[in-house]
Write a protein that binds this ligand. Structure first.
Ligand code: UDP
Length: 679
């Protein structure tokens, strides 16, 4: 009918040229024999909506379709690609354990993990690994009387395998490789992607050093930190009532909490001697002969920073913060994250993501809070349905994922939303909007998950008393500014704009949770939205605008982009003259163009003009109201000195950020996005 055609017609017009190109290259289904397209973008959204609304009322499917086709909410790539197809993975994030053995009966030896990785990559998922359990280079291999080659050499196998699978896969497989800072091979690891190796080795890996509060304190004091051979210590195998982990690295608060819990439950005989402080554990490791040496924490950090300045790797994962704010901490200790670090996960867990397009919720220069609340509600329902609709590649993954039903609702288009609100990204007002948006979305996502629990039941591992409400220790906005040495108050105008979020009462949330339960162990997570933000035609995640004009290199080709929103503003000021645009496009920014009006220069600040501290503070704001993590790249200008990286890394820890990555412009020969169209 005519009505239907009109709807389709209009919805397709929302897609930008780049969105269409990406959809065409990768997402729209083709007939495998003729390679002809068998669907249009609207048919894709319909396919996904229908598949994820199976067993639901008809209006739920309409809601899902409506949200996606209006580009207000887009799920992660695997869901778009694989829904209702023969491939069944709908999630982007996986964490796979790697034990110190070639293969194991449990299926978590090195080559078991490699297999799991290949299957996940084939279908477009990303994988994270903690390689710290592997014995260090030069250690003995009893079965062959040989010498171990160490974690980095095994990582190279994972890397090559990723390369090979890529050829036939749906998209480039991405990996996170983590090594805990106490591992004897940590210096090899830090150097694994630097200097001559930076464009050669581990190209399919982001790497991060997992560090502890104790280590960060010793960075300050310049004290020694022990290196421990994981093969030689039995501490890692100590089995607690609910926690199985390397307990000498647990912070004391966790140990106390476990003790209290054991006492309360009287479930197992309490053996206090098995719970030790960091110092005691170290003494034990010493008697076991597991401590192979000491490093000066400050010197090690200097090496990490040097390497990151040089090539962007390694990043840091703050393990204690990750575990302190893990709502289901009682299930075990988190040792790793997915590739872009927005999802700290337990071994074998997976998580599916989706993001709200904030730009769509700025109406007449105001935030449409009710619209966001409604979108969040259905988005969480959508993501929760993904947990059941997923076809899991391995039994372990299915079990671990269904036990916690973690989902990650994030955002995209923050920078463009701020432009439309007339708020500068790198300002107290900009941060304040981030803080309140994060809070509002988290609140509503929790509410949605509680409502789902009421309707469909809680996640199986839900324990109402043990579950930790991470909002209870969210830092206050002023506190965050103070850590960064900034002062100042948000303007009256912006406070009025955010009043709806300011007034939220989280204690109500707790009452409801205790009454009805909770459907998902985690509900939010800020993903990079690398491709889905192109599909939605907006800025990625919480990043500032990258450039007003640039060349984007993606696997399917080169795109020249001039920001359409920027063009809109130029038109408003009658500056959309081809000569002017060309001039701006050559540098990618307007800060050095005195002829451009101040308002435009203030609103269109690009990633490299934004001071690193503001990058960091936006990340901190989104991390406060968040039960998972935040993916953010602290983009630095190529001329920034190493000190800046040091500051970013140390301040990130002080701000309670869970993971941190920097990227200095032009520090690698290949990068995804380049400035200016001169390239
Ligand atoms: N990811 C991946 N390969 C890629 C890009 C992403 O495996 O080339 C995974 C990875 O786990 C990452 C997650 O997908 O953390 C989300 O990335 P992003 O938001 O950029 O994905 P999108 O849904 O936009 O494609």
């Amino acid at each position: 009918g005519k009505g239907k055609w009109t709807e389709f017609d209009q919805r397709d017009l929302l897609l930008t040229y780049n969105a269409l190109k990406v959809l065409e290259a990768r997402y729209l289904l083709k007939d495998p024999d003729t390679l002809r397209y068998v669907e249009t973008p609207q048919m894709l959204f319909r396919r996904v909506a229908r598949f994820l609304a199976r067993g639901e009322r008809k209006d739920v499917e309409e809601k899902f379709y409506e949200l996606m086709s209006s580009l207000k909410f887009v799920p992660n790539t695997p869901a778009l690609m694989n829904a209702d197809t023969r491939l069944g993975i709908l999630s982007a994030c996986f964490v796979i354990p790697v034990r110190d053995s070639m293969v194991t009966p449990q299926g978590d030896g090195i080559f078991d993990s490699l297999r799991a990785m290949a299957v996940i990559h084939q279908q477009g998922g990303g994988t994270g690994f903690d390689f710290s359990e592997l014995r260090p280079k030069g250690d003995v291999v009893a079965s062959t009387a040989g010498v171990a080659s160490g974690p980095v050499s095994f990582m190279r196998i994972f890397d090559v395998s990723t390369d090979v699978v890529k050829q036939g896969g749906k998209r480039r497989g991405a990996n996170m490789g983590i090594l805990h800072v106490w591992h004897p091979d940590v210096e090899d690891f830090i150097r694994a992607k630097t200097g001559e190796l930076k464009d050669a080795q581990l190209q399919n890996f982001n790497i991060s050093v997992a560090v502890y509060d104790e280590f960060m304190r010793k960075v300050d004091s310049g004290e020694p930190f022990p290196l421990v051979n994981p093969r030689k210590t039995r501490i890692k195998d100590w089995d607690y009532y609910v926690v199985r982990a390397r307990n000498y690295m647990w912070e004391e608060w966790v140990q106390e909490e476990i003790l209290r819990e054991l006492e309360e439950r009287e479930a197992v005989p309490l053996d206090e001697s098995r719970i030790v402080t960091v110092d005691e554990a170290l003494a034990i490791a010493e008697t076991e002969g597991a401590v192979t040496g000491y490093v000066n924490a400050r010197e090690l950090m200097t090496k990490i920073v040097k390497s990151a300045w040089d090539s962007g790797d390694p990043g840091l994962i703050f393990v204690d913060e990750v575990n302190r704010r893990h709502p289901v901490w009682y299930l075990g200790k988190i040792q790793a994250t997915n590739p872009c670090a927005e999802e700290p996960l337990l071994p074998w867990e997976s998580c599916n993501l989706g993001s709200i397009n904030l730009e769509k919720f700025v109406v007449d220069g105001k935030i449409d809070w009710d619209g966001i609340a409604e979108a969040v509600k259905y988005a969480v329902r959508f993501l929760d349905n993904v947990v059941d609709a997923n076809r899991y590649p391995l039994k372990q993954i299915e079990e671990a994922t269904k036990r916690t039903r973690k989902v990650g609702l994030g955002v995209m288009g923050l920078a463009r939303a701020l432009v439309r609100l007339g708020v500068q990204y790198d300002s107290i007002d900009g941060l304040y909007i981030s803080y309140q948006l994060a809070k509002f979305i988290y609140y509503n996502a929790m509410l949605a998950s509680i409502e789902l629990a009421k309707e469909k039941g809680s996640f199986p591992a839900y324990d109402p008393t043990l579950y930790k409400d991470v909002w209870e220790n969210a830092r206050d906005f002023q506190e965050i500014l103070k850590v960064a040495g900034l002062g100042g108050q948000p303007s009256e105008q912006v406070r009025k704009m955010a009043a709806k979020a300011e007034s939220l009462d989280f204690s109500v949330l707790k009452e409801l949770r205790l009454k009805y339960g909770l459907r998902n162990a985690t509900v939010v997570s800020v993903a990079p939205t690398g491709t889905i933000s192109i599909i939605a035609g907006t800025s990625s995640a919480i990043e500032p605008l990258f450039a007003l004009a640039f060349v984007r290199n993606v696997a399917v080709g080169k795109f020249i982009e001039i920001d359409p929103l920027f063009l809109e503003y130029l038109k408003k000021y009658e500056m959309d003259d081809p000569e002017v645009i060309k001039k701006i496009a050559e540098s990618g920014t307007v800060s050095d163009q005195p002829f451009v009006p101040k308002t435009i220069r203030r609103l269109f600040r690009t990633a490299h003009e934004v001071d690193p501290i503001y990058h960091l503070l936006h990340q901190a704001c989104w991390q406060q109201w968040n039960d998972s993590g935040v993916s953010k790249t602290i983009n630095l200008r190529s001329d920034e000195p190493e000190d800046v990286v040091w500051n970013v890394y140390v301040t990130a820890w002080r701000l309670g950020i869970k993971g941190i990555t920097v990227y200095r412009d032009r520090s690698k020969s290949k990068q995804v996005i380049y400035f200016g169209i001169k390239e």
